[in-house]
Design a protein around this ligand. Structure first.
Ligand SMILES: [Fe+2]
Length: 356
């Protein structure tokens, strides 16, 4: 299935919805919290929606139980899914579509029905910029036993609205973590073994935009910088849709699920020491260093730590005082499939050494 994606930037872009998706008359909108309070009515108005359902029964890092609390009877009467927010709202909307498709398969639905529901429009309205979830076919859902990674063409958003104006009211800590996610995804897309020249080019542009604009976007609430980060997030999502992510992401989820460290923050903590290991394993690292504005791979760790502190984030695992046993469990939690995409083959001991 080859899904064409359309992108619209800024609040003004929301007005394009009726023209782009004229068939949508009764969507299910997935959103929660302050984003819902502040922006749901603006989006509904701009989209000219008269009739819609809202699902808000999820938290940041949505669980399978929360996803399954969304009635499939309600979903079955909707003609589109619209996620408004950051990665959690988008992951939840994708997981709801996945649940619907799995339910239909289990019920013995015919191929035409499955194709019809596979084509159910998935729309993202991004208010936080970095995860790239607004364009990727991936979602992460948590269970008591760990995370479930979803990824299939049917989960690719068809239309993405990146609204930088909405992002200005997102708390600084969230914007900082999301910006770190964006930067690290750019780096991981660049060196991932599944990457190609196209994803590499997207990744370098993403990295350059992050390096130049993430401080202003996070610290100064500068709308222009926020707009650049919205574009960087799209680039990171497009890049990792091709390349997938690597060891920094694979090792990060344990800290998000069990210790509440924001996703992008956890990824950056691991990236600090991972960079030098992977840099030694890739052939075209010089371009990566130049894009980061660095002269050697040894400069990366102190550079990233300073950047994290500048953004108001703790810059080492030692700052969290986690028990040694928890660090061991994090290593044991790693998804080996994702690790195969890492340019340097890593042992469990090397993974453990990243958690300092
Ligand atoms: Fe990420």
């Amino acid at each position: 299935m080859d899904i064409e994606q359309q992108f619209f930037l800024g609040e003004v872009g929301l007005a394009r919805f009726p023209e782009v998706l004229p068939q949508v008359k009764h969507p299910l909108i997935v959103t929660r919290g302050t984003v819902k309070e502040r922006y749901l009515s603006s989006v509904v108005s701009a989209f000219k929606l008269q009739d819609y359902e809202v699902f808000s029964g999820f938290e940041p890092c949505p669980t399978l139980a929360q996803v399954q609390s969304c009635s499939l009877d309600v979903v079955s009467k909707c003609d589109a899914l619209i996620a408004i927010g950051g990665g959690s709202a988008m992951d939840c909307a994708k997981a709801i579509k996945h649940e619907m498709l799995e339910h239909l398969k289990a019920s013995g639905a015919d191929a035409a029905t499955l194709e019809q529901w596979g084509a159910l429009p998935l729309v993202t309205v991004a208010t936080t910029f970095g995860s790239g979830s607004e364009v990727t076919p991936f979602a992460v859902i948590y269970t008591e036993k760990g995370k479930i990674s979803l990824g299939s063409p049917e989960l690719t958003p068809n239309v993405c609205f990146s609204v930088a104006e909405f992002g200005l009211s997102v708390p600084q800590s969230q914007r900082a973590a999301a910006a770190c996610d964006c930067l690290c995804q750019g780096i991981e897309a660049y060196w991932a073994t599944q990457g190609n020249e196209y994803s590499g080019a997207l990744a370098l542009t993403c990295i350059k935009q992050c390096v130049n604009f993430m401080r202003a976007a996070v610290l100064e609430q500068d709308l222009g910088a926020q707009e650049v980060m919205a574009q960087a997030s799209l680039l990171s999502g497009r890049a990792i849709s091709i390349s997938r992510t690597t060891a920094a992401h694979a090792l990060s989820y344990y800290f998000t699920q069990y210790h509440g460290i924001a996703h992008g923050h956890a990824v950056a903590l691991i990236m600090r020491s991972l960079f030098a290991l992977n840099y030694a394993a890739i052939e075209n690292g010089r371009m990566l260093l130049l894009t980061l504005g660095l002269h050697s791979s040894a400069e990366f760790k102190p550079w990233l730590e300073q950047l994290m502190r500048d953004l108001g984030l703790r810059s080492s695992f030692a700052d969290f005082s986690l028990p040694e046993s928890e660090l061991d469990k994090a290593v044991a939690s790693v998804n080996l499939q994702r690790l195969a995409n890492n340019p340097a083959p890593l042992t469990a001991e090397q993974l453990r050494s990243l958690l300092c």
